[in-house]
Design a protein around this ligand. Structure first.
Ligand SMILES: C[S@@+](CC[C@H](N)C(=O)[O-])C[C@H]1O[C@@H](n2cnc3c(N)ncnc32)[C@H](O)[C@@H]1O
Length: 389
């Protein structure tokens, strides 16, 4: 299992620092625990890997994330484009390349970063021009996919770069990204068209809530009835992840991803990781996990399966705490081999350059957890929920 993970229909590396779910594992779990026409729920959707694999394989996809950036990326990646939208995107891509070939005439606008350092004016200026041209696209699907391309270009040019970006790097990157994105979106949309006969049906299968998963069960309504699998990767407890910032020129932080998309940000790093890196954050973190799943356990069907990938800053302490939180929420763990505590695991990919300097640490091991609702505790919680005794 360790080495096979990674083949994907839309292999767009994560657009922020999240460790994307391994597509092949997601596909395997979708086939193992759901049938076509059923729904897969991802309450921490991040870059939308679960959404893409679900829709491409004939399942409804319901997603949530409290990070507006993650919701945009999931919507843009998992929304199959119609032929007209795709043509509109390809026209935009061609025009974008023309803008880059005349980059010297583009107004230079410095990117002001965390310590007010003014950075890469010409490259940043070009990104803003490309962003504005993408926003002018009338077709919603093409506009979103073009903005996703600009976001990816911005990440490649700015995030964790040792050397400042320049317009020539941007031009080369746009060629590469444009080619990969159009080829992948074309194949994904074709798969959806073939699978759903008209791709619009594929589109109607995607739902994205920009909300805190703590209150998600209040928003699902009758969408919950058809959910047979919750497939997700919550933030890792006390593991440092930057879901909402790019780091330029060493580790100066910038909210450029949000300003590029003109999205609301407004939270500190710990707001996106369900708590800080301090030991004291464990209590609130595991109480939140319990509350999220207790809420979902009340509204989802009794035979729902929950599959999650997590890593821990301190597995010896936190892994048992996670299992207890799921138990208190009314779920029973299904282990690969009964009677053993062996779990499927892998090393965390896509770590930032400075994380690799730390070498192999406890938090570089991700574990797969599979749970089902405990029917005994379910009747108790549902009665509690519906007030029946
Ligand atoms: C590990 S990432 C998910 C990665 C995703 N599975 C993928 O394949 O790209 C965790 C996500 O949880 C989101 N998140 C953190 N706290 C949340 C909360 N309380 N409610 C909803 N989403 C939350 C973060 O914004 C982040 O996108």
């Amino acid at each position: 299992m360790q080495s096979q993970l990674g083949l994907s229909i839309m292999p767009m590396n994560s657009l922020t620092a999240c460790t994307g779910l391994p597509p092949l594992l997601v596909r395997t779990l979708i086939h193992a625990f759901t049938k076509p026409g059923e729904s897969v729920l991802d309450p921490f959707c991040g870059g939308g890997t679960t959404a893409i694999e679900s829709i491409a394989h004939g399942r409804y996809s319901i997603n949530s994330d409290l990070n507006s950036l993650a919701c945009f990326v999931t919507q843009a990646r998992a929304w199959p484009l119609g032929r007209n939208s795709f043509r509109a995107y390809l026209r935009w891509l061609r025009d974008a390349k023309t803008v880059l070939s005349f980059s010297s005439s583009v107004e230079a606008v410095p990117l002001v970063v965390s310590d007010l350092y003014r950075y890469a004016p010409s490259t940043h200026g070009i990104l803003l021009v490309l962003r504005d041209s993408a926003r002018q696209l009338k077709d919603a699907g093409a506009r979103r996919f073009a903005l996703l391309t600009v976001l990816r270009l911005g990440k490649l040019a700015f995030d964790c770069r040792k050397n400042p970006p320049n317009p020539r790097l941007l031009a080369n990157s746009l060629d590469a990204i444009g080619a990969t994105y159009s080829e992948r979106m074309e194949s994904y949309s074709r798969i959806c068209r073939n699978r759903w006969s008209q791709h619009t049906r594929g589109r109607a299968r995607l739902k994205v809530f920009c909300t805190d998963s703590l209150g998600l069960h209040h928003r699902l309504g009758d969408l919950a009835d058809n959910v047979t699998l919750v497939l997700t990767s919550p933030p890792y407890p006390r593991v440092h992840m930057l879901y909402h910032r790019w780091q330029v020129y060493g580790r100066r932080e910038t909210s450029l991803p949000y300003s590029l998309l003109q999205l609301n940000d407004g939270m500190r790093a710990s707001g996106y990781t369900m708590g800080s890196r301090h030991k004291a954050a464990d209590g609130p973190y595991f109480r939140s996990i319990e509350a999220v799943y207790r809420g979902l356990g009340r509204v989802l069907s009794g035979n729902v399966i929950v599959a999650q990938i997590l890593a821990f800053a301190e597995p010896k302490v936190q892994l048992p705490l996670f299992c207890e939180a799921m138990e208190r929420a009314g779920f029973v763990e299904l282990l690969p081999r009964a009677g053993t505590r062996d779990r499927i695991s892998r090393a965390v990919p896509h770590r930032r350059w400075y994380a690799y300097l730390a070498g192999t640490t406890p938090s570089t091991q991700e574990f797969l957890f599979i749970h089902r609702l405990d029917s005994r505790s379910r009747s108790a919680t549902v009665n509690e929920w519906t007030g029946k005794h």
